[in-house]
Design a binder for this molecule. Structure first.
Ligand code: RP5
Length: 166
């Protein structure tokens, strides 16, 4: 039986709200400051991004809708930052085939300086991978996103642009 090839990701032009290359999600407004280095890094690299506050626990439907339509809007990598029981990156990964980079965050309510969020993000079950950077590693998440975007045409159906376009 021939091996199944992944379908190419196409941008639906009719989509009212065409997305940026990178979508950044945070679980709470209180996470915004910690994720700022990711926004700065992407700006410096000329990579388009947007940031949305969507909690996996407080607004699961919103997360599902955003994650399941991101590829159709043209977004190619998702970064999700969250603290405490940080389900956001994993839930996002459950709704999209785009690569998801999780950023464990510390907050005043964190256990062991963010170990709670780190384990929540890194301990994904087999079949639903999430890349995980260090605690408060927002800048590294952006750099990793840029590297992913620079990989064009690795295998059939892989989205991407030549590095020169980034
Ligand atoms: C997580 O709970 C958020 O990502 C945030 O880091 C943490 C605390 O949220 P708030 O109570 O500050 O909204 O879901």
């Amino acid at each position: 039986m021939p091996e199944e090839q992944p379908l190419p990701l196409t941008v639906i032009e009719e989509f009212e709200d065409v997305g940026p290359l990178v979508g950044i999600l945070i679980g709470s407004e209180s996470d915004r400051e910690a994720m700022e280095p990711a926004c700065v890094e992407l700006d410096e690299r000329g990579i388009s991004w947007e940031l949305r506050v969507l909690s996996a626990h407080r607004d699961p439907r919103g997360v599902a809708e955003y994650a399941s339509t991101a590829a159709l809007r043209g977004t190619r990598v998702l970064i999700a930052g969250a603290g405490m029981a940080a389900a956001l990156p994993g839930v996002v990964a459950a709704y999209t085939d785009l690569p998801v980079i999780g950023v464990p965050l510390t907050s005043s309510k964190s256990v062991m300086g963010g170990l709670d969020a780190l384990l929540s993000i890194v301990q994904m079950p087999p079949g639903v991978p999430v890349a995980c950077v260090s605690v408060n590693g927002a800048r590294n998440a952006a750099i990793l996103a840029a590297k992913i975007l620079a990989q064009g045409g690795g295998y059939p159906g892989t989205p991407g642009r030549p590095a020169a376009e980034l």
